[in-house]
Design a protein around this ligand. Structure first.
Ligand SMILES: O=C(O)CCC(=O)C(=O)O
Ligand SMILES: [Fe+2]
Length: 257
């Protein structure tokens, strides 16, 4: 199984970008991170909470016909989608967003995943969609968007979420194989500074045993990436830099959402 490189990065509200659309981290990778850790360095007096949704319970609670539909779907996830372009502070500044995207994601990375993933440790079925999903295999963009919002609505039902109000020093660790999350950017001009790190991930497997596959870059190019070095997380955080070789798809400190 291919494993993605781990990474670490800082998130500073003064940069004007926030991860404020529901997503599972880095699903454009063939092997998205298994776990993400987020630590608050500077928290807000009010606002700036984070929400998580349980994608295993969401699948379990789907009505039968929707389960059958989801069981048979695969999704194409792409790094070209960037939530910050939609909800960034300066959302009309396309030039700046384009440049930012070029810097943090110079390589377009795409992967095909089963919509229903079998959790490698618990055996639960989880829904693998989120904001990097561009379309479903065999469906056009319009149909994909409708269907995606049906699934997302189930995933993000309030009963299926938890919300954390951050205090400086808090650390959250989540299973990226069974959750989605998003920031709530209601802190106004208050500073919010976070540090994050991801752990290398395993390749998702669908209910029929088929594994996710890389679409871009070509699988050969991806396989030349070095194996993950968990010990490099700390060093990268200190440098504010990347843990992966520059030609590898999961490249820069700001790509890891
Ligand atoms: O800033 C947040 O609350 C969420 C950040 C996020 O999406 C992540 O660290 O993966
Ligand atoms: Fe994220």
């Amino acid at each position: 199984m291919k494993r993605s490189p781990p990474g670490s990065a800082g998130l500073n509200s003064s940069d004007g970008y926030a991860a404020n659309i529901w997503h599972t981290d880095q699903t454009y990778m063939q092997s998205p991170p298994d776990m993400t850790m987020l630590r608050a360095l500077v928290s807000c007096k009010a606002g700036g909470d984070t929400l998580w949704a349980n994608t295993a319970v969401a699948y379990m609670d789907l009505p039968g016909p929707l389960k059958i539909l989801a069981d048979n779907l695969w999704g194409i996830h792409s790094s070209t989608f960037d939530y910050a372009q939609v909800f960034g502070k300066d959302k009309d500044n396309k030039d700046r967003d384009e440049k930012w995207l070029q810097t943090v994601r110079p390589t377009v990375v795409e992967a095909e995943h089963p919509v229903v993933r079998v959790h490698p440790e618990t055996g639960e079925r989880t829904l693998l969609v989120g904001s990097y999903l561009q379309r479903f295999v065999g469906l056009n963009g319009a149909d994909s968007r409708h269907l995606m919002s049906v699934l997302q609505d189930h995933i993000t039902e309030p009963e299926n979420t938890v919300r954390w109000r951050w205090q400086a020093g808090d650390v959250a660790i989540w299973d990226n194989r069974a959750t989605q999350h998003r920031a709530i950017t209601d802190q106004g001009s208050q500073l919010r500074v976070m540090r994050r790190a991801t752990l290398a991930g395993s390749t998702p497997v669908g209910i029929d045993g088929r594994q996710s596959r890389a679409r871009k870059p070509e699988p050969e190019a991806q396989s030349s990436c070095p194996p993950p070095q968990l010990s490099s997380i700390r060093g990268a955080e200190d440098r504010g830099g990347s843990t992966a070789a520059s030609e590898c798809p999961s490249i820069s400190a700001k790509t890891f959402h």
